[in-house]
Design a protein. Structure first.
Length: 220
């Protein structure tokens, strides 16, 4: 099944009160039969509780076309969507903005939720947003935490789900620092490529800016 999730522009600006960043990512979806949708999602750092927003548009210029708006929030061990009346973004494939009630009654709502799930699965910016949403924690070597070394090894432990960020020196459990994974991406956006590591996997690179190599377990 040939499905494309095409990452588009990414915009971030300080909030009006300069308490965080308003981040918004845009993209396009192409389904196996040529179905088209546009999407936008975003989050505001520093906000509490952690709630993100999503817009998906379908059928531009056609009867039944519209733009669906939803919020995302932590739910159990993952995230959940809920339709909302509040407009988030205008997207190219979208038609009129739909209220939550209009969206619930729309015949294409199952397709829209399918697009939403695939965007969260395949768009790297969505991985970043999800770690912010869930408040994913990680342990970092003190050199990485203090930004004296770049992250060269990222691991997602199989037993406890802990993320590890390691630089040029081996990890030392007695000096490790706990932080949030999304803050590490704030400092080093190149980490975005490995934010989908499943438990029991790791990725390493030889230096900052080089491509990541993925491993089952940790490299020898």
């Amino acid at each position: 099944m040939d499905i494309q999730v095409l990452e588009g522009s990414f915009v971030e600006v300080p909030t009006a009160a300069a308490t965080g960043m308003d981040r918004r990512a845009f993209g396009e979806f192409v389904g196996p039969q040529g179905e088209l949708a546009s999407y936008a999602f975003g989050w505001i750092t520093g906000s509490d509780p952690h709630v993100a927003r999503l817009s998906i548009g379908i059928g531009a210029g056609n009867p039944g076309g519209g733009t669906f708006h939803a919020v995302l929030f932590p739910h159990q061990d993952g995230h959940a969507f809920s339709l909302t009346d509040e407009r988030f973004e205008q997207v190219p494939q979208g038609g009129p903005d739909l209220s939550a009630d209009q969206a619930r009654a729309h015949e294409d709502l199952p397709f829209v939720w399918w697009v939403a799930d695939l965007v969260m699965e395949r768009d790297r910016r969505a991985w970043w947003m999800r770690h912010w949403l869930l408040g994913t924690t990680c342990i970092q070597t003190v050199e990485v935490f203090e930004r004296r070394e770049p992250v060269l090894l990222v691991g997602h432990d199989a037993d406890d789900g802990l993320w590890q960020l390691i630089g040029t020196r081996d990890a030392d459990s007695s000096t490790g620092k706990i932080g949030h994974l999304h803050h590490a991406v704030d400092e080093d956006p190149t980490l975005i490529d490995v934010l989908d590591l499943p438990p029991g996997r790791s990725a390493d690179r030889t230096c900052l800016g080089e491509a990541w190599t993925r491993h089952l377990g940790y490299p020898a």
